[in-house]
Design a protein around this ligand. Structure first.
Ligand code: PMP
Length: 359
């Protein structure tokens, strides 16, 4: 077996079964004599793929009927602009600042709307999730924006804030499909695909019906939710291969037992790693316990000089991409849905050995 355990924050591991199925269908998809990449996006076969992907996602996340699922491009970063352009009414929006990606979302939104930072954990170097209570939300805010999982800092909202009648918008790029969530608490959910959904290039937007059709006049056609909602995500050529692989990933999640089973397995993997780190005098988690992500787990060692050795030695053992983000330092293990329990076990075994050698 020449596959490694890839702990990358994204693009990240895909399930081997998915890659193998894509491989087996690559040159001749369902007797068409062509690959999915060569199929017209208006063909019957591709229509089956995109409606199949949407239906599976709806089933997996229990998406209510009054929400649309849009398959778009431009990454989560493009949604940073699309959100204010579609939701602006009174002209101000509330943002919770929980790290680098929240900051980027705020910076982009400021071009189009007045941004109120209603809570922030910047004072603690983003190692915790600040409390967001209904009284902090401005009643005339057009929406409240949160980043449910902070990929770089390794924090996550364990409770979804109640924002009353103000729509809650969530960047779920790094924890969508990792656990059960109640979609009805959100006005908009968006996520780049390259972690738990499929290949980079596809972006998923889940938006409540009443938030579609009110974009500001100067909103570019391609950023208007209405454009993609009215056309079934086929206004222009969608990232067809990405949608196809996403469908295979959704089928894989379903075969694992859906989000209940996936969540259990993700919690098990994260707990294994956190418990090992907690009992060790060598490794340390910078994240406050009640704010921990189960997807991205940063950890540091007492002497940063050994970071490079750790990363190199781990790589020699088939444990890839463990370098922490430059803003946090140390190491980061991203353990998305496709990372098997065995991958986390192998990492812990390696960490034990490394600890003995460097203590
Ligand atoms: N938000 C979060 C939480 C992310 O982790 C990322 C990417 N790592 C982004 C936004 C940006 O996503 P994209 O590259 O798809 O624009």
């Amino acid at each position: 077996m020449d596959r490694v355990y890839n702990f990358s924050a994204g693009p990240s591991m895909l399930p081997l079964e998915v890659l193998e199925q894509a491989q087996s269908e690559l040159t001749n998809y369902k007797g068409s004599g062509m690959s999915v990449m060569e199929l017209s996006h208006r063909s019957k076969l591709f229509t089956e793929i995109i409606t199949g992907a949407e239906n599976l996602l709806r089933e997996l996340m229990h998406i209510p009927d009054n929400y649309k699922v849009l398959f778009v491009q431009g990454g989560a970063s493009q949604q940073f602009a699309a959100i204010p352009l579609n939701l602006k009414k009174n002209g101000q929006a509330d943002y919770v600042n929980t790290g680098s990606w929240s900051k980027k979302a705020m910076k982009e939104a400021k071009k189009f709307i007045e941004v109120n930072e209603i809570a922030s954990s910047e004072d603690g170097n983003f190692t915790y999730i600040p409390s967001v209570t209904a009284d902090k939300v401005k009643s005339d805010a057009d929406y409240v924006h949160i980043t449910t999982n902070n990929t770089i800092e390794g924090t996550a909202f364990r409770n979804i804030p109640d924002t009353g009648d103000v729509p809650l918008v969530a960047d779920m790029s790094s924890n969508i499909l990792s656990e059960e969530i109640d979609v009805s608490k959100f006005g908009v959910i968006y996520a780049g695909a390259q972690k738990n959904i499929g290949p980079a290039g596809l972006t998923v937007v889940i938006v409540r019906d009443d938030l579609i059709g009110h974009a500001v006049e100067e909103c570019p056609t391609m950023l208007d939710f209405k454009t993609h909602s009215e056309s079934g995500s086929l206004y222009n050529t969608p990232p067809t291969f990405g949608v196809y692989v996403a469908k295979l990933v959704f089928e894989w999640i379903q075969a694992q037992g859906g989000l209940t089973a996936i969540q259990k397995r993700n919690e098990k993997k994260a707990n294994m790693l956190y418990e090992y780190i907690a009992q060790s005098d060598f490794y340390h988690s910078p994240v406050k316990e009640d704010s921990r992500s189960i997807m991205n787990i940063p950890f540091v060692v007492p002497n940063h000089d050994v970071d490079a050795t750790f990363i190199q030695k781990a790589q020699e053992e088939g444990l890839e991409t463990l370098k922490g983000h430059r803003s946090v330092g140390g190491m980061r293990a991203s353990i998305y849905n496709a990372m098997p329990v065995e991958g986390v076990e192998a990492l812990i075994e390696f960490m034990k050995k490394f600890e003995k050698e460097h203590q």
